[in-house]
Design a protein. Structure first.
Length: 99
């Protein structure tokens, strides 16, 4: 048996968070960690083939090799385009008068 590494898999929803710590063999991928975590079984809306993943806010691919203490994050799709939302908020704001 090879050396083991400790990693976390995280999936956050607005009302709760799924977080599991795993001990996996060295050389495992982010996708291996997601599958071993059971998050897809607990959340039917997740499709393994289309997951957007990251490690500490840095986007990665499913084939990325994990290192000790990595936190694999599963990202939800955006509800709205951030640029469009900002433009909308700015257009609703009253104009400032110069003094």
């Amino acid at each position: 048996m090879g050396e083991m590494i400790c990693v976390e898999v995280v999936y956050a929803l607005p009302e709760r968070q799924f977080l599991v710590q795993l001990s996996l063999p060295q050389g495992c991928t982010a996708l291996d960690a997601v599958k071993a975590s059971g998050v897809c079984a607990a959340h039917a809306e997740l499709d393994v083939s289309t997951l957007r993943l990251g490690i500490f806010s840095r986007p990665i691919t499913a084939e990325t090799l994990l290192r000790e203490r990595d936190r694999v994050e599963i990202y939800r799709p955006l509800i709205a385009d951030p640029k469009a939302s900002r433009r909308q908020r700015a257009s609703n704001r009253p104009l400032r008068k110069k003094v």
